[in-house]
Each structure stands twice: as structure tokens, then as C-alpha cells.
Design a protein around this ligand. Structure first.
Ligand code: 2AM
Ligand code: CA
Length: 270
């Protein structure tokens, strides 16, 4: 842990920055903003996404000029670098942009720091609920000041899980048919639409598992760190280790449930 202690002041700074950035996303501060499509009509970006990412980049450049920033909106415009050799902040300025645009709630800001490819700390902040999920590697995970407990096992029959509904229809990633009996066995299925928040909800026990498509580093970087601290089991859908710097399917669950879901799906996705 000694070599990580140098990062502690950055963790403290990051906590202040997410709360400050979040205040700009509250209904009273937001006002009118432009909405654009990226790859499709379902893939939105707003001027608020870019504003929040720019806020973090200016803070990081001022305080830690040697660090790199990997942000969803690509505002930082840095020369290419190897994230496994540098100190990198991975930032999703608004995770759940569709929710931000349509509902003005159920979105989050996700900030993580990885040093030479290794996780250091992660924060997921919901500025509407004013909930900050955070963890520094090896020191436990927290919801605000409350330490989160290690997760207990749960069975499919008792499980309430979040699944991207697109898993349940023909798709490019997994065989959808085995998901239908899975849904029938579960106590309940939800989908929130902010990957970072869904990972945080598994960590604090509000959800028992979460499965989603090929997510990007900024969607999952912070959540993975928080989940590990509470002993969630997190893999790709084919039960491999997630490489945070590459897109991958994401499957996190409480003990027992992870194994049961994979068995129910028949590991057909291997
Ligand atoms: P975003 O809101 O930051 O884009 C549900 O849409 C979840 O999947 C959100 O966390 C969303 O992140 C993420 N996601 C990743 N790629 C996406 C895409 N191409 N279109 C919509 N959502 C995407
Ligand atoms: Ca995102």
C-alpha cells in the first residue's frame, strides 16, 4: 500500500471535483443545452458532457500536469500514449446521457485513476441523489461516509438484476435465447441506463447483478474498483477477466449468483 499512498491527495481532490462538477448538472443550474447524435440516434452527447469533461481536464492539467486523461468525449486531445506506462484519469463526464436528456436523473459522473495500468481509486457520483460511491484500492468501498459491506451470496430466485434489454433480442454479442428462462427465474429485472451507476448499485447491494454490452473504459473504470473492494465477481460474459482499457461485455454479480447465471446460460457464449 505504501507506493499507493502518494495518490491519496488525488483521491481527495477527485471527490471535491465530482461534487463541484455535479452541481453544474442539477436542474437549477442546467438551463438550455444542445443535444447531438454521435454514432446513432440512441448515442447522444450534449454540450454539458463536453463542459464537464473540460472542467476535469483543466483541474488535472493545473494540479497534475504529467497525468493523462482518457475521457469519453475525447476533449483532451493528447498525443498517443500507452496507458499501461502512464498515470491516467479515466472520465465519463455524464454516464447515462440519454437519462440526463430525457429524465434529468439516473445519470452519474465516473472518475477513476489508473497508474501504469493498475487501479488506484474510483468514484461514481449521482448529482441528483447526491450520492458518492468511492473506493481507494485496498481500503474498502464507501457510499458517502458509510463503508460498504462485503457482498453475501444470493440465488437466482432471490436475485434482482439489471440487464440491458437488448440482450433479450437477437444481437451481435450473445445468444439471446438462454436469457429468457433466466429472466423468468429471477425475482426481478431492471435497467437503469447508466453503467457506472449500475456497477455502484451492485457494490452497495441495491442490485444483485448487472450485465451489459461492450462497454468502454470510461463506463466501467471506476465501478470495477468499487466492486472489487466488496468482493463482487466481475468478468466478461464469457467469464474472462475484463481488460479495462478495451471494450468488453460486462457481467458483475454477487457470489453464487455469478456462477448460477453462467450455468443457466449454459456458458454458450464462451
Ligand atoms: P453513456 O451514457 O455515457 O453513453 C446505457 O446506455 C449505458 O451504456 C450508459 O452507461 C451508456 O453510456 C453506455 N453506452 C456505451 N456505449 C453506448 C452507445 N453507443 N450508445 C448508448 N449508450 C452507450
Ligand atoms: Ca458512459
Amino acid at each position: 500500500m505504501n507506493n499507493l499512498s502518494a495518490f491519496y491527495p488525488m483521491y481527495e481532490s477527485a471527490k471535491k471535483w465530482v461534487v463541484e462538477a455535479g452541481s453544474r448538472l442539477e436542474p437549477t443550474s442546467v438551463g438550455f443545452f444542445e443535444v447531438e447524435h454521435k454514432t446513432s440516434a440512441a448515442d447522444l452527447v450534449t454540450e454539458k458532457d463536453r463542459e464537464i469533461e473540460t472542467f476535469f481536464i483543466s483541474q488535472i492539467r493545473n494540479h497534475y500536469p504529467s497525468h493523462f486523461v482518457l475521457g469519453e468525449e475525447g476533449v483532451s486531445n493528447q498525443q498517443s500514449y500507452d496507458p499501461r506506462k502512464e498515470t491516467v484519469w479515466i472520465i465519463d463526464p455524464i454516464d447515462g446521457t440519454t437519462n440526463f436528456v430525457h429524465m434529468r436523473r439516473s445519470f452519474s459522473i465516473s472518475v477513476a485513476l489508473y497508474d501504469k495500468g493498475k487501479p488506484v481509486f474510483g468514484l461514481v457520483y449521482d448529482p441528483i441523489a447526491k450520492e458518492l460511491f468511492h473506493a481507494f484500492v485496498g481500503q474498502g468501498a464507501y457510499l458517502d461516509t458509510e463503508k460498504l459491506k462485503p457482498l453475501d451470496g444470493v440465488s437466482i430466485e432471490e436475485g434482482v438484476i439489471s440487464i440491458n434489454p437488448l440482450w433479450l433480442v437477437p444481437n451481435d454479442y450473445v445468444d439471446f435465447l438462454p436469457f429468457q428462462p433466466l429472466v423468468q427465474q429471477l425475482r426481478g429485472v431492471r435497467y437503469i441506463g447508466s453503467a457506472a451507476l449500475e456497477l455502484a448499485y451492485v457494490a452497495c447491494g441495491r442490485l444483485d447483478a448487472y450485465l451489459d454490452f461492450r462497454l468502454s473504459p470510461w463506463d466501467i473504470a471506476a465501478g470495477l474498483i468499487i466492486l472489487k473492494e466488496v468482493h463482487a465477481i466481475t468478468t466478461t460474459m464469457d467469464n474472462r477477466e475484463i481488460d479495462v482499457f478495451n471494450k468488453s461485455t460486462t457481467f458483475t454479480a454477487k457470489p453464487v449468483l455469478h456462477e448460477q447465471i453462467l450455468a443457466t446460460l449454459g456458458n454458450k457464449n464462451e
